[in-house]
Design a protein around this ligand. Sequence first.
Ligand code: NAD
Length: 357
Amino acid sequence: MTTVTTPTPTSDGIAEPWASEQTITCRDERTGLRAIIAIDDTTLGPGFGGVRYRAYPSTTAAAREAQRLAAAMTLKHALAELPYGGGKSVVMLDGEAPAPGSPQRRALFARFGEMIARTAGTYIPGVDMGTLLEDMQAIRDEGGARAFCDEVSPSPFTARGVHAAMRAAAVHHHGEGGLAGAQVVVQGVGSVGAEVARLAHADGARVTVADVDTARAEALADELGGAAIDPEQAPFHPADVFSPCAVARVVTRDNVARIPARIIAGAANDTLDEPGCAQALREAGVTFVPDFVANAGGVVQVHGGVSGWSEGETLAAVDRIGERVGELLATAQTQEITPLAAALQRASAALGRQVVA
Ligand code: NAD
């Protein structure tokens, strides 16, 4: 007999009920499921986006996160020219997560899969923070929903795309030499950041790394012949390129003036504390490559996997991120706008509506 803790219902609601095309709440007493599915925009195809499994202080906070992340997926897919809309879901955790492989966990995600199946393929889930491949398999196999359960890790493809973005920005600034001799600081050397650091190093850059896991940072610094620095200071360390590959909102209105890098290109979602930071960076002479453009390599790989692309086709599609960044930076320069505004223009054209950050 297994016990299930049902998250305590909160009296608050969904703060912005019309922020997405559809916002669906899911409740199941038997498994203790409390989840929210946000389908942001299906103009370009079904809303694809991961299932996040974590604790939230309130239903409002969970709904806002699902809607915000779903909207970011709409932009990511539009810019990456993929046939998906934006979607995201959150499963609210109360207490400790059931162990991987446990019957409770399987039942929870199977039940969630049944609810996802009711969207008739309009929402396609994948792995995200707190969820595992086996959770997607439960959603698909027992829940009966379409789910992306590719066994290939997207991280190396995300890293390849970030490197292509970084390189394109360096070429835009300095010409074909690109990253050769450039000082690159990578904040967060996990599955994406470590590979970004290696690719930049192989491209001739001098690489400095930072991670709260200092042993990890030091080992990589040794491997690449660079230095490991305090992670909190990473954005302010002398550099040509700053690559945030850890946490969100590292660039704020208050710290823009302290960032010495001329290029910011990384994997971390929501690098800017708020969209207005893009203009502040432009005024400070910093080229910010929007995160949803730079970090699309993973979704490109997932799409290549389900579409039966060869490895060469997938890698070429990931490398196209670099070309796209070059085009966006040229547009931004000509129109005297931020690269973020240029990316939003492109998304607006693809979606047939005015998109704002
Ligand atoms: P990861 O968990 O493998 O690595 C994150 C690393 O950052 C870890 O080494 C961790 O110790 C470190 N870290 C945490 N807080 C830090 C801090 N304050 N300062 C410095 N280092 C810190 O995650 P990942 O898969 O490499 O993803 C990195 C970022 O890229 C995340 O924001 C993620 O949402 C985003 N992203 C990842 C992918 C992907 O394919 N993995 C795709 C798109 C976006």
